[in-house]
Design a protein around this ligand. Structure first.
Ligand SMILES: Cc1ncc(COP(=O)(O)O)c(C=O)c1O
Length: 409
């Protein structure tokens, strides 16, 4: 296929742009999901989308639970959770004995923070690419304990070597009790060299929590190869699991110190049981998570990864061109399988959280297109994702209509 193309879209628009070709579609993949066909779903990264197979698996488990709740909860549920945990850990290349199921990345982060026993002279170090809710959690734990939250600034265009340098210079041995760093950032869709960062921190004995909310299903690095003290990843984004499925992976030296947010009957069983058993709750999302991975595997994980990354790159170029952003100014996420990309919005637009949310809603309502709009470093950014249910014309439509919508203020 030629490098230069003029995609025609509904309505007869002619986009005179030069973009890399979109990937070959994965035939029939859209039918595996129950997404509203009247909407372009270009934001898989926020809340994922659950394939019908996994939805059905969860429903069957709920049926079983409602047929005899006592039986469901008291006969074999702990073993079934353990079986699921080992399955997910194996997929992620994580130590199954160091892995605990949890509901989401936010909960995993909170568990780690409150297990550290921070004191007033301590500090928690994060970067300015961190996820907003995680920052709020760090801030609250610091307020509660008298510790300090310090934020490292990392330029968007910093190379991996520069990122490692910035982290190295920012660590304060003796004071920094935890470094929180994202594997793939949400607001800036940037891959961080987390294994190297863990190495640098380790030289000073400073533990690292890797927020890998987007990693499972999308990125290829195994959890073991990163070697972090703590690693938390969501299965309910790119791993196609029902929502409420995540894992917290903990290095051996920390396992006994990790305490759940809620104490329940498995408290004395130690890690990971005491984290996982959260009293009466709906455990069916965890138990049906393997059905999500089954869908991913049946599509061929490597093929899905390559497809999604190429489609996100295509969408970024398409939207960027429509907004007059030169290709050189479109941030590169830094990895071959990253399926999220950002485009800078015209100056003055979506520069605050409230402004970003308002614009995201306006795009959803007026263009029937779900994207993420973020405010980062005083600038608005639009993030598109690529997923097997997306097609190139969805990005073309957005590109054609977005400039007019933005011009309307
Ligand atoms: C980098 C990052 N961390 C944490 C989260 C929080 O995930 P959850 O809402 O599942 O806890 C997200 C969600 O998008 C994220 O992008």
């Amino acid at each position: 296929m030629s490098e230069s193309r003029r995609p025609r879209v509904a309505g007869g628009y002619d986009l005179r742009v030069s973009v890399p070709p979109p990937p070959e579609p994965i035939t029939g993949a859209r039918l595996l999901f129950s997404l509203d066909p009247a909407v372009s779903h270009l934001n898989h990264g926020s809340f994922g989308a659950v394939p019908i197979v996994a939805q059905r698996a969860q429903q069957r488990l709920r049926d079983e639970m409602e047929a005899d709740p006592l039986r469901f909860f008291t006969q074999g549920l702990v073993d079934r959770i353990g079986h699921t945990r080992r399955h997910l850990a194996s997929f992620l290349g994580a130590d199954p004995d160091g892995t605990a199921l949890t509901t989401n990345a936010t909960t995993g982060v909170a568990v780690v923070l409150q297990s550290l026993g921070l004191r007033p002279d301590d500090e928690v170090l994060t970067t300015d690419h961190g996820y907003g809710a995680v920052d709020l959690s760090v801030r609250r734990e610091c307020r509660r304990t008298g510790a300090t939250h310090r934020v490292l600034r990392v330029p968007l265009a910093a190379t991996d070597e520069e990122v490692v340098q910035i982290v190295r210079a920012g660590l304060r041995p003796g004071r920094t009790r935890l470094l929180v760093v994202d594997q793939l950032t949400s607001a800036t869709a940037r891959l961080f060299p987390v294994a190297a960062i863990v190495g640098v921190s380790g030289e000073h004995g400073i533990p690292v929590l890797v927020d890998a909310a987007h990693a499972p299903g999308m990125l290829t690095a195994s959890v073991q190869s990163i070697g972090a003290d703590f690693w938390v990843g969501n299965l309910h984004k790119w791993g196609y699991a029902p929502r409420g499925t995540a894992v917290l992976v903990v290095a051996p030296q920390w396992r006994e110190r990790i305490e759940p947010l809620v104490v329940s009957w498995e408290q004395d069983s130690g890690f990971p049981g005491r984290l996982e058993w959260q009293a009466t709750a709906d455990y069916t999302s965890w138990l049906s998570a393997p059905a999500g991975l089954y869908t991913l595997r049946s599509l061929d994980v490597d093929r899905v990864r390559a497809h999604n990354a190429a489609l996100a790159a295509y969408g970024q170029r398409m939207v960027g061109d429509a907004l007059g952003v030169p290709p050189a100014d479109l941030p590169d996420p830094g990895g071959p399988t990253v399926a999220m990309r950002i485009v800078p919005l015209p100056a003055g637009l979506a520069t605050t959280l409230a402004g970003a949310r308002a614009l995201q809603t306006r795009i959803a309502e007026r263009l029937a297109t779900q994207v993420a709009v973020m405010a980062w470093q005083g600038r608005g950014w639009l993030r598109v994702c690529g997923q097997v249910y997306n097609s190139p014309d969805e990005y073309q439509r957005l590109a054609v209509r977005l400039p007019t919508l933005l011009a309307q203020g």
